[in-house]
Design a protein around this ligand. Structure first.
Ligand code: S3P
Length: 172
């Protein structure tokens, strides 16, 4: 079984709107494993400040440092499903930690799907005061080469999450 073979945390990576948290929660409940959202853990570590507040008060570089520390700590936990923020696997240090201690899965989605999904929530500092499609296209160009270093690549389906979940289970 998948569960018997998993010896490391499963780490979901990919752009904002790809569905990392959505698929991560479903994967965890399917396998009976804990689900952890790195962004939520960063907010807790920041004393309850939200991600936009952390960006506004301390800047992106400080956020990345905090993100790396939190992910490093979480990777020490027993097998679980970890959803990361879109920039985590792009940071060289965080990526090295995830590659060393986790099983990484890139949840890949095309631009139309990302745009559709991010428009549902407006809590992403990198998408404030910019055209989301332009910004996401730019981030895809910059980041896809790093996401491609993940152990497993799964295409996000434009449909019920169960379809993407099925693809993840097949790949594991
Ligand atoms: C970021 C993605 C966000 C969050 C922060 C920065 C990024 O997470 O970590 O706003 O750099 O792509 P999601 O991918 O969960 O939206």
């Amino acid at each position: 079984s998948i569960l018997a073979r998993l010896d490391r945390p499963v780490v979901l990576v990919g752009l904002m709107g790809a569905g990392k948290s959505c698929i991560g929660k479903r994967l965890a409940s399917h396998l009976g494993l804990p689900f952890v959202d790195a962004d939520r853990e960063i907010e807790i570590a920041a004393g309850g400040c939200t991600i936009p507040e952390i960006f506004a008060m301390h800047g992106e570089a400080a956020f990345r440092d905090g993100e790396r520390r939190v992910i490093q700590r979480l990777l020490g936990n027993p097998v679980h499903i970890l959803a990361t923020g879109g920039g985590a696997f792009v940071d060289p240090n965080t990526r090295a930690l995830v590659k060393e201690r986790g099983l990484s899965i890139w949840i890949r989605a095309d631009l139309d799907l990302l745009v559709k999904r991010v428009s549902r929530r407006n809590n992403r500092p990198l998408l404030q005061n910019v055209d989301p499609r332009t910004k996401l296209a730019e981030l895809m160009t910059l980041r896809d080469p790093f996401y491609a270093e993940a152990d497993i690549i799964v295409d996000s389906a434009d449909g019920p999450p169960e379809v993407t979940l099925g693809r993840v289970l097949e790949a594991l």
